[in-house]
Design a protein around this ligand. Structure first.
Ligand SMILES: NC(=O)c1ccc[n+]([C@@H]2O[C@H](COP(=O)([O-])OP(=O)(O)OC[C@H]3O[C@@H](n4cnc5c(N)ncnc54)[C@H](OP(=O)(O)O)[C@@H]3O)[C@@H](O)[C@H]2O)c1
Length: 281
């Protein structure tokens, strides 16, 4: 049995059916009840990853655990050791943690200190462990969906700064491989898309997919900060804007790891747009 946290998010909602489709018994975890139908072989459990007492019963009988720290868990909450102890007590032998590329490129970033604690705890737990460090998600473009729908406009900072945004579906596929296959233990995978693409170019891809003009409006860093702070912990906003505005060469480079694990190239941004076009119509 595999327990998947963050089950209803960008990564989890692909990972859960992937695992179930491969014949795994899956427990899908989030705090709010799952809406919609679950695939065969999937059970839903309501629990809080940041509250190990709620996770212990969910982990009973699991051999593998996918940890995703949603929202405020990226900056605060109980010690990661409590969750890992509960997992080991329950019989978990393999843990895959969704972390962030920033822990490779900016290992002292205050914004991601808590994720580094989780990485250390997972490595020290005495289980087979795999750390996934994705760069910027393609799904961050959901933040533009409303303005594209209502004004045919994308409002974003740093219009010309290109990053190799990664499709959450690729992250989910790598996670599924790491959860199911032998040979990944101890690895840290940096996950990016196949090419660097700027916000202005992303707007053009959305425009082309819609078959309609979409205007790009460049925001100042201050305006972008105020907007992002509505749905991200304050500490994480600063670190994220540092990458978006002044990425290091390593953050603009394409990592070979998606292809290394999946034996095919990473999906381009256009594929993510095509799958999610209804959100922008
Ligand atoms: N976006 C990026 O560019 C980027 C880059 C690198 C790394 N990351 C990392 O990727 C992760 C976000 O992945 P995502 O986009 O798939 O997430 P998402 O779409 O924001 O979804 C978060 C998921 O986690 C669940 N969740 C949130 N808090 C929870 C809690 N305390 N207990 C149990 N479940 C909880 C949510 O459901 P409920 O709210 O119902 O619980 C939902 O299922 C974060 O850890 C972030 O640091 C993101």
């Amino acid at each position: 049995m595999i327990v998947v946290t963050g089950a209803t998010g960008n990564v989890g909602r692909t990972l859960v059916p992937l695992l179930a489709g491969a014949g795994e018994e899956v427990v899908a975890v989030s705090r709010r009840p799952h809406s919609g139908e679950l695939p065969d072989g999937v059970r839903y459990a309501r629990a809080d990853v940041g509250d190990s007492a709620t996770m212990r019963p969910v982990l009973e009988g699991a051999h593998a655990l996918f940890i995703l720290l949603g929202g405020e868990l990226n900056s605060r909450g109980e010690s990661p050791d409590a969750l890992l102890e509960g997992a080991v007590d329950a019989g978990v032998k393999r843990v895959v943690l969704l972390s962030s590329q920033i822990n490779s490129t900016r290992p002292d970033a205050v914004s991601h200190a808590r994720l580094r604690k989780y990485e250390a705890a997972v490595r020290a737990a005495g289980v087979e462990s795999v750390i996934l460090r994705p760069g910027n998600f393609a799904s961050n473009a959901f933040a533009w969906a409303e303005s594209v729908r209502t004004q045919r406009a994308v409002f974003a900072p740093f219009g010309e700064v290109a990053l190799p945004v990664v499709d959450p579906a690729d992250i989910a596929e790598v996670a599924a491989a790491a959860l199911r296959e032998d040979g990944h233990a101890g690895h840290t995978y940096e996950l990016t898309g196949p090419e660097a693409i700027s916000p202005r170019q992303q707007a053009a891809v959305i425009s082309e997919a819609l078959g309609e003009d979409v205007t790009f409006v460049e925001l100042t860093r201050e305006d972008a900060h105020a907007h992002m702070a509505r749905f991200m912990p304050e500490e994480v906003v600063g670190g994220t804007l540092d990458i978006l505005g002044a990425p290091l060469p390593a953050e603009q480079a394409v990592s070979p790891d998606v292809e290394r694990v999946l034996h095919r190239p990473a999906r381009p941004f256009g594929e993510w747009v095509a799958r999610n076009l209804p959100a922008f119509r």
